[in-house]
Design a protein around this ligand. Structure first.
Ligand SMILES: [Zn+2]
Length: 284
């Protein structure tokens, strides 16, 4: 990576088509600062929260971008820059590819990258290729039910993995435990780091359910490597130990042979590398 520009969503990117104008301006600035002409661009990679249609290059209605709906990002960028090679994928898939090439997944050919942030989703690589499923919805393991009739999930179902193990669910449980109207997952994890017993219990409970989700994924796919995103990196050793021990308790030994569960290896560059991984397709 030689250069980057960054901008908060609130700054001209929260609604489409305004966001398109801002994005195009950002790409022009990036080229200018790198002293290349936009006509020299060979390909563009887009990594974005789903749901989206990757082949068509349309972003449907990402929960974190409420002002974006059915955005034809691929057609828009092709029109703006005359580039034919534009690749669009959801951030879980794009990050899985980046981890495979440059991060914790180097040297393997089957892995799942779990986003573990606000929500939980998996990017799945099987035999060196992204597995997208028929509707681009493979890897929505955050919405697999782990407690029937459990807590209400943002998707409307009950007891989804995401409602028990995501950063937002940790925040929600923390707010309930401390009698606050709102708390972030990060704040609860920070309290857990100080040894606060209620916070530790919440974080370990999230780790437990994530372990159950991972065990189910391993029983389904028998893959070599599970890479955990932001929450695992931030929550540290105690969290990872609980995830590992839960997976070991709930997974066949024969499946666990040659399986590793590790935190993300790309650190703060993850999102940049995810988009770059899209711009350089694996077939190349
Ligand atoms: Zn759900």
């Amino acid at each position: 990576m030689v250069h980057r520009v960054e901008r908060p969503t609130s700054d001209g990117l929260s609604t489409w088509p305004n966001a398109g104008v801002t994005l195009a301006r950002m790409i022009r600035r990036l080229c200018e600062e790198c002293r290349i002409h936009t006509s020299e661009l060979e390909s563009i990679g887009v990594s974005c929260g789903g749901p989206l249609r990757s082949a068509e290059g349309t972003i449907l209605s990402p929960p974190n971008l409420p002002g974006w709906k059915d955005v034809p990002i691929k057609a828009f960028l092709a029109d703006q820059f005359g580039v034919s090679r534009i690749y669009v994928d959801n951030d879980a898939n794009a990050t899985a590819v980046a981890e495979l090439r440059w991060g914790a997944g180097k040297g393997t050919n089957s892995l799942a990258y779990l986003t573990c942030g606000t929500g939980i989703g998996a990017g799945i690589i099987l035999d060196g290729r992204i597995y997208r499923g028929k509707n681009d919805l493979a890897g929505e393991i955050g919405h697999a039910v782990v407690i029937p009739d459990g807590p209400l999930c943002v998707c409307g179902k009950r007891g989804c993995l995401e409602s028990l193990a995501s950063g937002s669910s940790i925040g929600r449980m923390g707010a309930a435990a401390y009698g606050k109207s709102e708390m972030t997952g990060k704040a609860v994890i920070e309290l857990a780091h100080t040894g606060d017993p209620a916070a530790v219990e919440i974080v370990l409970s999230a780790a437990y359910y994530l372990g159950i989700g991972i065990s189910n994924l391993l029983h389904t796919l028998d893959i070599e490597l599970i890479i955990l995103g932001s929450l695992a990196v931030y929550a540290g050793e105690r969290y990872m130990d609980k995830v590992q021990s839960t997976v070991v308790e709930n997974t066949w030994k024969s499946i666990l042979e040659n399986t590793r569960i590790v935190p993300s290896g790309l650190g703060y560059r993850t999102q940049d590398l995810a988009a770059l991984a899209m711009a350089l397709p694996m077939e190349d």
